[in-house]
Write a protein that binds this ligand. Structure first.
Ligand code: ZN
Length: 566
């Protein structure tokens, strides 16, 4: 969305199947040129030819996915997505072949000097995480991940005479009617109990194959490899352990207090497991505006937050790069997908008039805004966006920075929305840490039995969520709740990134309460950085404290308590 280019309409962008053979030819030519180039200019020119092909390939893959998600009944794009998935595996192998030559190029130092170190860090990282020796194991790992996801997506739960899947059951789990909640949680517990052995078996195989991959690549255990896969360039497991401990010490007591107040609001003797999702007695606040007005209101909201009119969101919407409302034959979920060739993000989501709608709009809006701001930060497309914890600051901070404007969506319920959002952010932190600590313990001792793994989870719940009382829920009571979290199966060690991003976003929120303008300047700087630096260097450059600093956690715990009047 640069000024030099005229912005196209989404509908005019044509998909065509990207050719793997053409990409392969380009990779071979690039490798030859890189190997022989003595002049950094020549090496750079070869690299940029390759980048052009990569950008085209990525854009077509993104386009196939978006077009499929907009209308899942269109068989053509279903087939194209399948083709793209397969082609992407080959393309990423080819990319790693370019990187390995880049690392040993005679021009490496000169290129580093000119374009920065990041692309080299990424090249080395990819080399450290994949090798020919583990290709079969990686296929096995991917198959196990698909198996888990497939079973979850095919869940059939009998409830009130209807057959529901997991996401259809979700609203009943947080119903304002306690009896409905009790029944829904019972149905969920029964469902998972019936899958327990299958999931135990899948997870056991996953732990073993991941450990085998780690050993073959020369790591002591999968945790070490997991950190590499997550591209953690400037912090390690000791830093993360310190962070979790700070959350346990300063945030867990706040969540205990939140639950105590929740119990009082409802007038219950005891807050049970099935009561937890229902924070407010009258249910969680929902937008007071019509869904068809979301687009316009969101555009206005971003214009006011960022002080630019029309806002990036207006421009995206006017050109067809947002699709907000749920409808038949549209894929579920929400995301922001970047079309590299055009430097334009696409916002996809499924608003349905519930409490989540607005948080999702501003979250994905934050991702989109950052993508636009960093579109020209590096000639390497790989370095446009940063590592995941930093990307999640772009989005999560936007959720907090839009607080003062929430009257637009919630009218007189805006304060209830802000309180609910902050409450959920605080409740999330210990949960996220628990998911992370669980995985460290599991991969440190890959030979544990399933029963031992469930015991680990129970012990962690005791530590991070001391208010949970399961009673008549045998699956949860035996320590099974972790099996509901897909990240534990499909994207190991991912979860702490959300916690780190939350903490950094709370810091920006805190600053915005004191001095909104200064917080916004920092936020803009953060988005403009793109992925040219590593996590802690970006924070330092922007002027944000590290979440690994215990005092930061302590200070923000205090400030959030004040905000919620706890
Ligand atoms: Zn996100």
């Amino acid at each position: 969305m640069t000024e030099s280019k005229v912005m196209p309409d989404f509908s005019t962008i044509k998909y065509e199947r990207p050719s793997v053979d053409k990409f392969k030819e380009c990779v071979q030519a690039t490798r030859l040129k890189l190997m022989s180039a003595r002049d950094p200019e020549v090496a750079a020119a070869a690299l940029f030819e390759y980048e052009k092909e990569l950008v085209y390939f990525d854009t077509m893959v993104a386009l196939a996915n978006i077009l499929h998600d907009l209308d899942t009944s269109d068989q053509y794009y279903t087939d194209e997505v399948a083709y793209c998935d397969e082609a992407s595996a080959t393309v990423s192998e080819l990319c790693s072949a370019v990187y390995s030559v880049l690392l040993s190029s005679p021009c490496a130092d000169a290129l580093k000097e000119k374009y920065g170190e990041m692309i080299f860090l990424k090249a080395q990282n990819l080399k450290d995480t994949v090798s020919n020796e583990v290709v079969d194991d990686l296929v096995e790992e991917a198959n196990l991940e698909n198996e888990y996801a497939q079973i979850q997506s095919e869940a059939e739960i009998e409830f009130n005479g209807k057959t529901l899947n997991l996401s259809m059951l979700a609203p009943y789990l947080e119903s304002t009617d306690r009896n409905v909640r009790i029944k829904a949680h019972k149905a969920l517990d029964d469902y998972y109990m019936s899958k327990k052995e299958t999931f135990d078996e899948i997870y056991d195989k996953m732990v073993k194959v991941r450990t085998r991959i780690a050993h073959k690549l020369g790591y002591k255990n999968f945790t070490e490899l997991g950190y590499k896969r997550m591209e953690r360039y400037d912090y390690n497991r000791e830093d993360v352990a310190k962070f979790r401990e700070a959350i346990r010490k300063y945030i867990v007591p706040i969540t205990v207090k939140i639950r105590e107040l929740q119990k009082e609001r409802f007038g219950y003797d005891e807050l049970k497991f099935y009561d937890l999702p229902c924070i407010f007695k009258n249910g969680n606040p929902v937008p007071s505006v019509k869904m068809e007005d979301y687009r316009k209101i969101s555009g206005d909201l971003f214009a006011e937050v960022l002080g630019v009119k029309p806002s990036f969101f207006d421009v995206l919407s006017d050109h067809g790069f947002t699709d907000l409302i749920s409808r038949k034959a549209k894929s579920t979920g929400g995301y922001c997908m970047y079309l590299e060739e055009y430097a334009i993000p696409f916002i996809f989501m499924n608003a349905n008039g519930t409490a989540d709608d607005v948080a999702t709009i501003v979250h994905e809006g934050g991702h989109a805004y950052a993508a636009i701001k960093s579109a020209e930060v590096s000639p390497f497309v790989e370095c446009l966006s940063p590592t995941i914890e930093t990307c999640e600051i772009h989005s999560t901070s936007m959720e907090f920075l839009t607080y003062p404007y929430m009257e637009k969506f919630y009218g007189e319920n805006a304060q209830a929305y802000r309180e609910l959002h902050m409450t959920q952010a605080l409740l999330f932190l210990p949960y996220g840490c628990m998911v992370d600590e669980f995985q460290h313990i599991i991969y440190d001792d890959p030979d544990m039995t399933p029963e031992q793994r469930h015991q680990v989870w129970l012990d962690l719940e005791h530590k991070y969520q001391p208010f949970i009382k399961y009673e008549d829920h045998p699956f949860h009571a035996m320590g099974g709740a972790w099996m509901k979290k897909d990240h534990i199966f499909t994207t190991p060690f991912y979860y702490i990134d959300y916690c780190l991003a939350h903490m950094c976003s709370l810091e920006l929120w805190d600053e915005s309460e004191e001095d909104y303008k200064s917080a916004l300047i920092k936020y803009n700087r953060l988005c403009e950085c793109g992925g040219n630096e590593t996590f802690l260097k970006i924070l330092e450059g922007v002027g944000l404290a590290s979440p690994f600093d215990v005092d930061t956690v302590k200070r923000l715990a205090f400030r959030t308590c004040e905000f919620l009047e706890l």
